[in-house]
Design a protein around this ligand. Structure first.
Ligand SMILES: Cc1cc2nc3c(=O)[nH]c(=O)nc-3n(C[C@H](O)[C@H](O)[C@H](O)COP(=O)(O)OP(=O)(O)OC[C@H]3O[C@@H](n4cnc5c(N)ncnc54)[C@H](O)[C@@H]3O)c2cc1C
Length: 476
């Protein structure tokens, strides 16, 4: 240490979900804590990720619903999107969510010293950071929560491509769009802009889009996107370059030795999320990264430097707000009390607000079959009352159960309210509920979650478990 006694016990770098929760936990445990962030409080989650993107997705849903009202005897003219007004609404939502967050108040109440919009911080040594604007802070212990950033392609012309964040600076919906990357973000961007009227082509390098989802989910979503008029190219080959054209951008790619090209007004690249550590000068602090470029942590979320911990997207752990929060709690507990708590495995439901919506919790069919003898029950959305009432009959619910113990291993849903439906299964899994017990919960009728009762009943039947009472309930 260069400068006497550090001012803070704990310094947290980054005020996204991970950083905010880490600072709260450290302060709650009595540490004199500082939280510093380059941008707005709330991080990417509040300002550039789930909140604004889901507001766009909600607008896409409203457009879809407006086009369907004729089936219910309501006459509307063709809806017209004013993109500039929609972006105004996005800003309003972001501000509103921020204004209603109690976290900021909590940070103040616990006496955390907050440095917001402080410009980028970089390490001077293992206990000292300095921002671009010259603020210098020191601490005994540090928690790294700088999050992640879009991975860019290393090909000529990559600077001509956009990321999901560029949606905020568009002045109108582009007439055509290439989306490179068929993971959660790419598919979400493609689905939203298709609904807004763009001609969308989605390019996935691997054999299927949504490779982390159950295969049936990937297939159903790809089919639905194609039916919506989107071009979905899986196994499309390798990108060689991008070039500027009078109307936008051209992508050159090669597959099996044959050269192809695709033109659009805009090319959005969503090929992964990497740790946002380029400017942090972690080397000077001695913090090591792993082969994928994320900060290396052990089970206690301790980095290679014993007094530094890390949480959130920067570690490469599942990149979700609940995961960031769970890890932040562990990291901050260990920073203050000494390494004593490890990050356990927890139920982690995931859902995406595409059209169709999809969601999962637990193991996919392929994962479950590797380690268990399973039974699988599938209920289609065109079989259940609420989905028929709402005219939302596309989709299915797939429940995966361990044959030996009747415990629920996973659930995968495509269709309206998919993300809400899997929350119920997450609670069932977390509570260790057997499938026959789930089958006997009298879920409200007619609801989307009611599909779970029927799926659980079918799985129980296959297991020869007595759930006779179920047949007297609405969705048996
Ligand atoms: C398009 C999109 C949609 C998503 N949708 C969902 C969803 O629906 N549900 C879900 O759970 N997750 C979703 N995610 C993922 C989720 O947003 C992240 O997992 C989460 O934000 C990670 O939190 P974090 O605190 O690690 O990082 P972040 O939220 O990225 O926050 C990091 C903070 O660190 C600051 N920072 C970075 N470098 C420095 C520096 N050098 N000095 C000072 N400050 C710095 C940044 O300014 C930022 O405030 C989505 C992500 C994207 C991109």
């Amino acid at each position: 240490m260069t400068f006497g006694r550090p001012v803070f016990d704990v310094l947290v770098v980054g005020a996204g979900p991970a950083g905010v929760l880490a600072a709260l936990r450290a302060a709650d445990l009595g540490a004199k804590t500082a939280l510093i962030t380059r941008d707005e409080f709330g991080g990417m989650a509040a300002n550039d990720g789930p909140v604004p993107v889901r507001t766009l997705a909600h607008a896409a849903r409203l457009l879809r619903d407006a086009r369907q009202v004729g089936r219910y005897g309501i006459a509307l003219s063709e809806p017209v999107l004013d993109y500039a007004r929609l972006l105004g609404r996005v800003r309003e939502v972001v501000d509103d969510v921020r204004a209603h967050s109690t976290l900021r108040e909590h940070v103040d109440r616990l006496g955390v010293t907050l440095y917001e919009r402080a410009s980028a911080a970089r390490f001077v040594d293992a206990h000292t950071i300095e921002t671009e604007r010259g603020l210098r802070l020191q601490a005994d212990k540090i928690i790294l929560c700088p999050g992640g950033t879009s991975r860019r392609l290393a090909v000529p012309g990559a600077e001509l491509t956009a990321t999901h964040s560029d949606a905020w600076s568009l002045t109108a919906v582009p007439p055509s769009m290439l989306v490179v990357g068929g993971g959660a973000t790419g598919v979400q961007v493609a689905s939203i802009f298709r609904a807004f009227g763009s001609r969308v082509e989605l390019y996935q390098a691997g054999p299927r889009i949504l490779a982390n989802e159950d295969e049936d989910v990937s297939m159903a979503v790809a089919t639905a996107l194609r039916e919506s008029g989107m071009v979905v190219q899986e196994d499309f080959g390798t990108i060689e370059s991008f070039e500027k054209t009078p109307d936008g951008v051209r992508m050159h790619f090669v597959k099996e030795g044959v050269r192809h090209q695709a033109d659009a007004a805009l090319a959005v690249v969503a090929v992964g999320w990497m740790a946002d550590i380029a400017g942090l000068n972690l080397k000077s602090a001695g913090v090591e990264t792993d082969s994928r470029g994320y900060v290396r942590v052990d089970a206690y979320l301790r980095t290679s430097v014993p007094h530094m911990f890390a949480a959130g997207d920067v570690t490469g752990h599942p990149m979700l707000v609940p995961e960031a929060i769970q890890d932040a709690f562990v990291a901050a507990t260990n920073v203050v009390r000494g390494a004593s708590t490890t990050r356990g495995s927890h139920v982690s439901p995931i859902g995406s607000f595409t059209d169709p919506e999809y969601a999962q919790v637990g193991l996919t069919g392929a994962q479950a079959r590797k380690t268990h003898d399973v039974v699988v029950a599938v209920v289609r959305f065109d079989e259940t009352t609420r989905t028929i009432i709402d005219g939302q009959t596309a989709g299915f619910c797939k429940l995966i159960v361990d044959r030996a113990t009747a415990t629920i291993l996973g659930c995968h849903v495509v269709g309206e309210q998919a993300a809400e439906i899997v929350q119920v299964v997450a609670i069932a899994i977390a509570g260790g509920l057997r499938v026959d017990a789930l089958a006997q919960v009298p879920l409200s009728f007619p609801t989307y979650a009611g599909i779970l009762g029927r799926a659980a009943y079918r799985a129980s039947e296959q297991l020869h478990l007595d759930v006779g009472r179920r047949v007297y309930q609405g969705e048996a």
